[in-house]
Design a protein around this ligand. Structure first.
Ligand code: HEC
Ligand code: HEC
Ligand code: HEC
Ligand code: HEC
Ligand code: HEC
Length: 458
């Protein structure tokens, strides 16, 4: 049949009129097939309408007046901004071991993760244009000739917030005042402030057990600091300084530290020192009060008040939590009794992701904790110790990561196998030791807390 019809077509090609008819038919036919194929493909922006992270930000490789658009390129003139940012968690959003471990899992929708963790087109080896049948796990990936491997490693690079693509597809650099600079600047302070929520306030279900759940922006709207302070005023504190190297002979001006310090658990042990310079817990912790009574045993009473954070403590990643530990010791420092409470979210991931409970401390909330600690008969304990940890990664999750480490590249896989050597799981941000006989309290200094946290093993 097919052969026959082919000959038939060849014959009628002799006449121009019939040629157009044939061409017309075949165009209709082929466009029918193309359309049919395209109807199976969903453009990523249609799959996630209105989401800033549906697609990477399409940017050029340079702008007039500057050589390139990587953070390192910006740092040639904006030295202070570059140094601050380099030590921030944003600069580690791609190289982060935990991110790399999760990204390497066979069921990870990599293109989507990367849209928030390395959102500029020049950072991307491949760009997802469509999804087969709208399925996030079946992207159509197009290789990107403009890929820059150094830019990829920069994670949330300067351009994440400072670059956009206008309606004509031109790359625009956004600044807060529209200052006169070698590169063009479009004044739009509001866009810079609004940018945080594109990633830090997203709630999206990809399938039953894969969800994206960061509600920091909504928590902020409910906070006691709204609207006086915002993400930027708290996480990018103001400072009066030169914003470029001295050769430009510019005056000092209003500027903002680009440190983005959060919960004080950096991505590597080496970053602890720089992060703790600006780190402060959101909680005001009342002096722990220990009561000895014949009838009750030993009681601890304590208040935790979220005065400084413009959102819950902790916020963001569902795994993050605080551990409050109360420990009784005998006169030799041996543990006699211990009570532990977790402050955070509890999720059930299977068969369907579900928030089971959430006892995080809301902005402005004052939480009282009252515990009775069990003591065995015998000599009375001598010390009461209260310790509070801020946890980023649990030991159980670290074990899962180790089991899956073979999916990652050999270099990263090796590090994941020994993750406790490379990746801080937690910090200790409060420790108070009370002599139960005299009531005297010894608070561990911030410097010593840093030393304990840096040692790891938490
Ligand atoms: C060749 C030097 C040079 C490079 C490279 C450079 N800048 Fe600038 N930039 C300047 C100068 C000079 C100013 C004006 C400083 C002033 O007014 O005090 C400026 C100002 C700015 C401002 C402030 C604008 C405003 O509205 O107040 C921002 C934001 C900025 N640059 C971002 C960047 C980013 C992002 C990069 C990298 C993509 C970059 N710059 C690369 C020299 C440079
Ligand atoms: C394109 C997405 C994106 C945007 C926009 C963004 N962030 Fe982030 N932010 C991230 C990611 C991803 C991380 C975590 C990286 C990691 O843990 O590896 C993060 C981490 C943080 C942290 C936590 C630091 C820590 O040590 O835990 C703070 C604070 C923060 N961002 C503040 C901000 C502020 C303020 C803005 C707006 C000016 C902002 N972010 C804009 C993606 C973004
Ligand atoms: C997560 C978002 C984000 C990233 C990443 C970021 N910035 Fe900014 N930047 C801002 C915001 C927000 C402001 C404006 C704050 C204001 O004026 O209220 C700002 C302001 C500036 C300014 C104006 C002066 C000042 O300090 O206020 C310069 C210059 C600047 N950024 C350069 C950089 C450079 C260089 C990098 C990378 C090394 C970078 N920024 C990375 C959000 C970001
Ligand atoms: C009033 C000041 C304030 C405002 C406003 C604020 N934050 Fe924070 N943020 C803090 C403090 C303080 C911490 C440290 C909390 C702690 O660990 O005790 C923190 C921690 C964080 C963390 C680390 C999460 C954790 O628990 O480790 C992220 C991420 C973050 N903030 C993002 C944001 C974003 C995004 C906004 C805006 C929607 C914002 N913050 C608004 C003060 C603020
Ligand atoms: C909507 C933007 C967005 C998408 C999409 C996204 N992330 Fe993130 N991711 C964030 C932000 C924001 C943070 C920081 C949250 C915080 O610190 O509160 C983060 C933090 C992380 C962290 C660090 C957690 C920690 O406690 O240190 C890992 C790991 C991570 N993301 C993995 C992934 C993976 C894997 C995917 C894809 C399945 C993904 N992310 C997709 C925005 C995103």
């Amino acid at each position: 049949m097919i052969k026959n019809s082919k000959f038939y077509f060849l014959n009628i090609l002799k006449s121009w009129r019939t040629f157009w008819i044939v061409a017309g038919i075949s165009v209709t036919f082929s466009s029918f097939y193309v359309c049919k194929n395209e109807s199976d493909l969903t453009a990523v922006k249609d799959r996630f309408p209105g989401r800033a992270w549906a697609e990477p930000i399409n940017v050029q490789e340079s702008l007039p007046g500057i050589n390139g658009l990587t953070a390192k390129d910006c740092g040639v003139c904006h030295e202070d901004h570059y140094k601050e940012w380099k030590n921030s968690t944003h600069a580690n959003a791609f190289t982060d071991l935990q991110f790399q471990a999760e990204l390497a899992k066979p069921n990870s929708p990599q293109w989507l993760c990367l849209n928030c963790h390395i959102p500029l087109s020049g950072q991307r080896k491949e760009i997802a244009t469509h999804l087969k049948g709208g399925d996030v796990f079946q992207p159509v990936l197009v290789s990107n000739k403009k890929f820059n491997a150094n830019w990829e490693k920069e994670g949330i690079s300067c351009g994440t917030c400072h670059l956009k693509s206008d309606s004509q597809g031109r790359t625009v650099l956004i600044g807060p005042t529209g200052a006169n600079a070698p590169h063009p600047v479009e004044k739009n302070r509001e866009a810079l402030h609004a940018r945080c929520n594109d990633c830090h306030n997203q709630d999206y279900k990809l399938n039953l057990s894969l969800i994206c759940y960061f509600k920091t922006g909504d928590e902020y709207k409910e906070s006691i600091h709204f609207p006086k302070e915002d993400c930027v005023s708290c996480h990018m504190p103001s400072v009066n300084r030169n914003i470029v190297i001295p050769s430009f002979q510019k005056e000092k001006r209003d500027s903002h530290r680009h440190t983005f310090i959060g919960g004080g658990v950096p991505k590597t042990f080496a970053l602890f020192d720089s992060q703790w310079k600006g780190y402060q817990s959101g909680l005001k912790i009342g002096e722990p009060k220990w009561f000895l009574s014949e009838k009750e045993g030993i009681r601890l009473s304590l208040t935790l008040e979220n005065t400084l954070a413009g959102h819950n403590v902790p916020t963001g990643d569902p795994e993050r939590h605080l551990i409050v530990e109360a420990i009784l010791q005998d006169e030799n420092g041996r543990e006699v009794s211990k009570e532990v409470q977790k402050i955070g979210q509890n999720w059930e991931w299977y068969p369907e992701a579900k928030l089971v409970s959430d006892n995080r401390i809301r902005s402005g909330e004052k939480r009282s904790i009252d515990w009775v600690l069990n003591t065995k008969p015998g000599p009375k304990p001598k010390f009461g110790i209260l310790r509070i940890l801020h946890v980023r990664l649990t030991k159980e999750n670290a074990e899962h990561m180790k089991k899956n480490s073979n999916y990652a590249s050999p270099e990263i896989g090796k590090k994941i196998k020994n993750i406790e050597l490379h990746y801080p799981f937690a910090n200790v941000f409060y420790e108070a030791k009370t002599d139960l006989n005299t009531g005297k309290i010894q608070l561990t200094s911030k410097k010593n807390l840093l030393e304990i946290s840096k040692r790891g093993g938490l």
